[in-house]
Ligand binder design. Sequence first.
Ligand code: SF4
Length: 188
Amino acid sequence: MMHIHRYYDVDIVNGPGTRCTLFVAGCEHQCRGCYNQSTWRLDSGVPFTLAMEEQLIADLKDRRIPRQGLSLSGGDPLHPHNVPHIRRLVKRVRRECPDKDIWLWTGYQLAELSAAQREVIAEIDVLIDGRFIEAEKDARLLWRGSRNQKIWYLRQPQGEHTDQHSAASDAQQGYPQRASRECPVQHQ
Ligand code: SF4
């Protein structure tokens, strides 16, 4: 069973557009400067139940408040314990909500992901990777807290895998400017 800390059915802060956002429990990175250590433990928060999952899917399909997509954050959605649960969830979202995009924040780096973690990445649109490094903190960054973190647009039309973007290039791609974050996994 995966635990979660928060779920926002309507969120305009964690990713582009109006979104559903899920903050999961469990993180093993122990970044210096982490200001939400309460998310580290896998058994913190509350169990993510099937009823919660059904609600999330219903929210993504809700036409009264159109959602652009789903944001997965934490904690770390790619913590090994969370991977099978997140993989199942993203596959379901792909299947049942094919017009929605999926963004995922992790403290791991793309290059170091395990085969199981990569199965999750294969289903998502955008990955923001890397631990939060206090010495590289930069408030001007879009979607990230520190300069070492990168935004990977994994499903660009040309099939390009794009490296780190400046706020300017993000704006050129039509992604609105947002406040930056302390952590790749978007604490509240
Ligand atoms: S990845 Fe985020 S939650 Fe995990 S230790 Fe680092 S700052 Fe904290």
